[in-house]
Design a binder for this molecule. Structure first.
Ligand code: SAM
Ligand code: SF4
Length: 331
């Protein structure tokens, strides 16, 4: 465990940063974005240099794991250079990315070379038409090719992320598990979070709890509680007799707030202390007012941590509680 100087008033040590490098994406997943998203003007997005400066300040304060996300991080121009700079930092125990997989066919090898250690690839359906409906893009084959490319490039820690929605893809849970077992991948099932207003479905109708997903899997597989920890909020089970671990991310139960070790920085440079709260500190303004002032940036982070909320309170019976979309914050 690192010796982080970032400690919040509840004694939680921050060692994990999720850094969003863009709010843009080549997909339009229905639970994440609206069809006609308005993206931030480019000038409002942190430059690669600013993104590195933020990461550097966090590393200086004891952060040891960084996950680069978005939007779709791999559509950000120059992201490989940023990853290579982060990958070269000896302090980092883990450098991971969360991706929709669409760019992996061409980028997997370069990502590995850049020092990325782990990949999370989002995959909610193995059926072409349904995939196209959920993501609003007909790119299932490209994503499956991307997963193969990542395996060929030698990535070991590949994990699938599947958001499960009742009546939309919950009947594919077992198929997704089969796919993961077959390819030797891990998989996490995620409860949908009420982030941003969506028009394609009613969240209180499609909500599917992790408990239901687990029961469904246990009809076919024996699940053994695993003590595997990744620094993230998943709780893991091993599929007996296989290499596959299954994680469940259940933001609706406050179960992981007590051990929360993370903060997020959006592509626009907002420090988000808790996914379930609106409050955010504008790091971009600070960095642009005092360019190169690392000390000031670090102090602002230390001070901001004093405001980290104790827990979030997502509920399923309300459409929107936090106006930000997940693509702005980074998943
Ligand atoms: N574009 C990349 C991807 O899709 O993996 C990275 C960003 S995406 C916002 C990160 C993760 O957040 C994805 O696994 C996605 O399924 C998940 N996500 C997006 N909106 C969500 C929501 N409202 N509730 C739960 N998970 C969500
Ligand atoms: Fe894009 Fe990822 Fe959001 Fe889907 S979940 S729209 S791939 S950012």
């Amino acid at each position: 465990m690192s010796d982080s100087s970032l400690v919040d008033p509840f004694g939680r040590r921050i060692t994990y940063l999720r850094l969003s490098v863009t709010d843009r994406c080549d997909f339009r997943c229905t639970y994440c974005m609206s069809e006609d998203m308005v993206f931030a003007p480019r000038a409002q997005i942190l430059t690669l240099e600013e993104l590195y400066a933020v990461a550097d300040a966090f590393i200086g304060l004891g952060v040891r794991r960084i996950r680069v996300t978005g939007g779709e991080p791999l559509v950000r121009k120059g992201v490989l250079g940023l990853l290579a700079r982060l990958g070269a930092r000896p302090e980092l125990e883990d450098l991971a990315i969360t991706t929709n997989g669409s760019q992996l066919p061409t980028m997997a090898g370069d990502l590995r070379q850049a020092g990325v250690k782990r990949l999370n690839v989002s995959l909610d359906s193995l059926r072409r038409e349904r995939f196209a409906e959920l993501t609003r893009r007909d790119r299932l084959d490209q994503v499956l090719d991307g997963i193969e490319a990542a395996r060929r490039a030698g990535f070991k820690g590949i994990k699938l992320n599947s958001v499960v929605q009742k009546g939309r893809n919950d009947d594919e849970v077992l198929d997704l598990v089969e796919f993961a077992v077959d390819k030797g991948l891990d998989i996490s099932f995620i409860e949908e979070m009420p982030l941003g207003s969506v028009s394609s479905h009613q969240r209180e109708v499609t909500f599917c709890s992790s408990e239901e997903v687990r029961q469904r899997i246990e009809q076919r597989h024996e699940l053994v509680r695993s003590n595997h920890v990744t620094g993230g909020p998943s709780r893991y089970w091993q599929v007996a007799g296989t290499d596959t671990r299954i994680g469940f991310i259940s933001p609706h139960s406050n179960n992981f707030c007590g051990s929360c070790n993370r903060v997020r920085v959006t592509a626009e440079g907002k420090l988000v202390l808790c996914l379930g709260h609106e409050g955010a500190l504008d790091l971009k303004s600070l960095m642009r007012r005092y360019p190169g002032d690392t000390e000031r940036l670090r102090q602002a982070l230390v001070d901001a941590l004093q405001l980290k909320p104790e827990r979030h309170h997502f509920r399923t019976d309300e459409q929107v509680q936090v106006v930000r979309f997940m693509s702005m914050t980074g998943g």
